[in-house]
Design a protein around this ligand. Structure first.
Ligand SMILES: Cc1cc2nc3c(=O)[nH]c(=O)nc-3n(C[C@H](O)[C@H](O)[C@H](O)COP(=O)(O)O)c2cc1C
Length: 158
């Protein structure tokens, strides 16, 4: 089994969780990046992208996904859904035939987000495992770091 951590992160919470997972497992990670960064327009633009299913263009990854069979995939919650760059990424079929372990960060309402992500992944050919959900309030993580470490260790039974 060869695993890689991939995530989209706008304000570094999801990046932090991804880096703890990668460090725990001693594997590599890479950020999914949008061609046009959101900046101050994030609230309006993200809402329109998700409502109109008009997802943003991404910068190609440097890792070659054909080398990996397991992807640990992170997204923030946006408007009680996965973030729009994650929709772009999954709909590109980049994760078809891979086993995906999702992790989701949230600020206040994550109702149904895991199910939405699972449905999207399965529709695009992935096998999906249960997600890790990590909550942040005012930039502080509400979970303990051991929640992240435990999730990571279960992936490889390390
Ligand atoms: C556009 C936008 C919409 C958001 N919508 C939600 C939401 O519906 N529910 C929620 O729990 N948090 C929401 N949040 C908070 C983020 O999910 C949370 O802060 C997340 O950890 C940010 O991850 P990041 O720092 O990796 O970008 C939203 C944040 C943004 C920027």
């Amino acid at each position: 089994m060869k695993a890689l951590v991939l995530y989209y992160s706008n304000s570094s919470h999801t990046a932090y969780v991804g880096s703890v997972i990668a460090k725990t497992l001693g594997i590599e990670f890479e950020a999914i990046r949008v061609q046009e960064p959101y900046g101050d327009t994030i609230m309006d633009r993200s809402k329109v992208e998700l409502e109109k299913k008009n997802y943003p263009a991404l910068i190609p990854l440097t890792h070659h996904l054909e080398d990996y069979d397991v992807i640990i995939l992170g997204t923030p919650t946006w408007w009680v859904a996965p973030s729009s760059p994650i929709y772009s990424f999954i709909e590109s079929k980049a994760l078809a035939n891979k086993t995906v372990y999702p992790f989701i960060t949230t600020g206040f309402d994550v109702t149904g987000v895991e199910d939405k992500l699972k449905e999207l992944l399965e529709k695009n050919g992935s096998k999906v495992k249960p997600a890790l959900i990590i909550s942040f309030t005012n930039a502080f993580m509400d979970n303990s770091e051991s929640d992240i470490v435990d999730f990571a260790k279960k992936i490889t039974n390390k």
